[in-house]
Write a protein that binds this ligand. Structure first.
Ligand code: PLP
Length: 401
């Protein structure tokens, strides 16, 4: 029996992640491996830290990529900051807030939930009311960019509300980083985690995190050791180190994956962070114009929409899964399904990182219109592409990434 090598089909990824990867990043990944304590590698790690600080807009010393996907970044924040018996306010407006609550429970904390309807941002007033009723709460956690619904919550205001009640803040920006505004220091965030396969357009499997000096102090002064050995930042700091401190082996770093992340961050730096945010908004506007010209509508109210994750309502009577199958089989195009209460009701169209470009917007509009037309769905035909092109025309041509 012989087994052939695996060759994946060619796809265009416009779902909730992973996103398409720049060939420069794949090339970086295929460079020769070196030791994870090699001075050349340590030099790359130091540069990576500076590049991540730029991406997060922070001077936080403790800024590094956890060697595992976004979910591990989430666990790193909760495992290190929650102690048994702690009251933690968790704001839930989608799938990832629910996972935060589960993390609190598993760390021995007591979750206090602020609920919001899916498709709505977290309400600062509700958070304030909840904190007023729970004066012993030590932490507030919420999702910046809720990938399950396409909603952006106001991190700055929520953080102010939390700090006024002496709580530290944990923020999920797995889908936010690189795609829309993130300002860790200006916003006063204490612990934040992201992922590499969304708007950074890297391979999955790494989770950039950053912790404020206040958060580090709390971690250093814990009464109980961090329950997870692998995610204990007190130990990880020994490898990622600071300044010229000697690096100690903790675990073998995912070396080539880190080459890839380094290249993604170099690309982000070359483009410029604010330019990257503007690019996401620009292509979102074009996609939105096309979808609306087709008679489709977005789930989220305009001021709270994430440009990088477009939740589109499935028209009455349309089998949403059949549409996704057709898009994949005939156009090699992947879009996402709805989750939880939104399953069957929305599609999730990602415009993330390298995949956020004019070609993908036009492909998606064309393919969606063709598939829906064949299914006799109630849509307007023949207007979507022109509507999108009008947006591109209005603002002048922008270079593809
Ligand atoms: C994707 C995602 C995660 C989980 O990241 P993984 O890399 O899949 O573990 C967490 N939070 C949000 C908001 C996400 O979009």
């Amino acid at each position: 029996m012989t087994y052939p090598s695996f060759h994946p089909p060619v796809r265009t990824l416009m779902g909730p992640g992973p996103s398409d990867i720049n060939p420069r990043v794949l090339a970086a990944m295929s460079r020769p491996i070196i030791g994870h304590l090699d001075p050349a590698f340590v030099g790359m790690m130091d540069q990576m830290k500076v590049l991540l600080q730029y991406a997060f807009q922070t001077e936080n010393e403790l800024t590094l990529p956890v060697s595992a996907p976004g979910s591990a970044g989430m666990e790193t924040c909760f495992a290190n900051l929650v102690e048994p018996g702690d009251e933690v306010v968790v704001c839930i407006n989608g799938v990832f807030g629910m996972r935060m609550k589960e993390n609190v429970i598993r760390c021995g904390g007591t979750p206090i939930v602020v609920e919001e309807e899916w498709g709505q941002p977290v309400d600062p007033q509700k958070l304030e009311n909840t904190l007023a009723a729970h004066p012993d709460a030590r932490l507030v956690a919420f999702v910046h960019a809720e990938t399950s619904t396409g909603v952006c919550s106001d991190v700055k205001t929520l953080s102010q509300v939390a700090h006024a009640r002496n709580c530290l803040v944990i923020v999920d920006t797995v889908t936010g980083l690189g795609g829309s505004e993130v300002r860790v220091d200006d916003w006063g965030v204490d612990a934040i985690y992201s992922g590499t396969q969304k708007c950074l357009s890297c391979t999955p499997g790494l989770s950039p995190v950053s912790f404020s000096p206040r958060a580090v102090e709390r971690i250093r002064n814990r009464k109980h050791p961090v329950q997870s050995w692998f995610l204990d930042l007190n130990l990880i700091m020994g490898y990622w180190g600071s300044g010229n401190a000697k690096r100690a082996y903790h675990h073998t770093a995912p070396i080539n994956a880190l080459y890839a992340l380094h290249e993604c961050l170099v690309l982000l730096r070359e483009e410029g962070l604010e330019e990257a945010w503007a690019r996401h908004r620009h292509h979102h506007e074009a996609l939105k114009a096309g979808l609306e010209a087709m008679g489709l509508s977005l789930l989220v109210d305009e001021p709270h929409r994430l440009p990088q994750l477009n939740a589109v309502k499935v028209p009455e009577g349309v089998d949403e899964a059949a549409v996704r199958t057709q898009l994949l089989e005939r156009y090699g195009l992947e879009i996402g399904a709805g989750l939880g209460p939104l399953a069957g009701k929305i599609w999730r169209i990602g415009l993330m990182g390298f995949g956020c470009n004019q070609r993908n917007v036009l492909l998606c509009l064309h393919a969606l219109e063709a598939v829906l037309t064949e299914m006799n769905a109630p849509i307007e035909r023949g207007h979507a592409i022109r509507a999108a092109q009008r947006v591109y025309g209005e603002t002048g041509h922008r270079d593809e990434v």
